[in-house]
Design a protein. Structure first.
Length: 257
């Protein structure tokens, strides 16, 4: 009698079968893993993908929904569910699922591309039925118009992101310059102390008299403030740069469809 395997071992066997496109065997192994760990969302996600490999969309939908129920933050679950819904021609449901996923990750590439496909299929399905329409038909023109509208919307979004990115970069450079200026002043105050012990700091159009400890504390506080600002702006800059690249890729892929 063979030794009973762990859930992870069954999952590994399922992954191996899936990689060979032996979806029936993969489903069997994932099912055994689920029996041992019924609250593991990954097992349901993998079994959903296996059902999709067999084009059993109803089962794929059921497992994807359970995956999301177990872990609402798992983006791939939304992708699995929306894909199965799209293949089942449940366009409204697929669109709603994708929007849920994008609510967690607004720049998820797979979901963004899938949403375009759902919208295009939905518009094509809504066009007047004509089984043998020629290349220059109304339906074909409607699909082209929908694609051009999508590209236009993406260009508008790209322009807005680019403007925001440029503003963030300008503010980042300004914060770095401010930090450097405060640093130079701090060193000057330390190395060349006032003979009287008094300093004057500008506050708007006025000048405030302060002692050396007070002025040093003011300068150090401003340096730390500018460093923190640079850290925040740098993170935002990286995020916007990734969004720009994602939007560029989406426009390119849409133009090639």
């Amino acid at each position: 009698m063979s030794e009973k395997k762990t859930a992870e071992e069954y999952k590994a066997l399922g992954n191996e079968a899936f990689s060979k496109k032996d979806f029936k065997t993969a489903i069997e192994f994932y099912s055994k893993a689920i029996l041992q760990e019924p609250k593991n969302h990954i097992f349901f996600s993998n079994r959903s993908a296996s059902h999709a490999g067999l084009q059993d969309w109803e089962s794929a939908i059921t497992d994807a929904k359970e995956c999301i129920r177990l872990n609402p933050e798992f983006i791939k679950g939304y992708y699995r569910l929306a894909t199965a819904q799209l293949e089942s021609k449940q366009y409204d449901a697929a669109e709603a699922t994708i929007k849920q996923g994008l609510g967690i990750d607004a720049n998820h590439g797979q979901l963004t591309r899938l949403l375009r496909n759902v919208k295009l299929n939905k518009k094509a399905a809504a066009a007047p039925s004509a089984p043998s329409l020629p290349q220059g038909s109304n339906a074909a023109r409607q699909l082209d118009t929908a694609t051009m509208r999508e590209i236009h919307d993406l260009k508008v979004q790209y322009g807005a992101t680019a403007r925001e990115y440029n503003t963030v970069r300008a503010n980042l450079m300004k914060a770095a310059k401010e930090e450097k200026m405060y640093g130079i002043t701090l060193n000057e105050v330390k190395e060349n102390p006032s003979a009287t012990g008094d300093y004057y700091r500008s506050v708007g159009k006025l000048f405030m008299r302060q002692t050396q400890p007070e002025i040093l504390d003011h300068l150090e506080t401003n340096i730390e403030s500018q460093k923190k600002k640079q850290q925040e702006l740098s993170g935002k800059s990286d995020y916007l740069e990734k969004r720009l690249k994602s939007q560029q890729m989406n426009m390119k892929e849409l133009a090639q469809q």
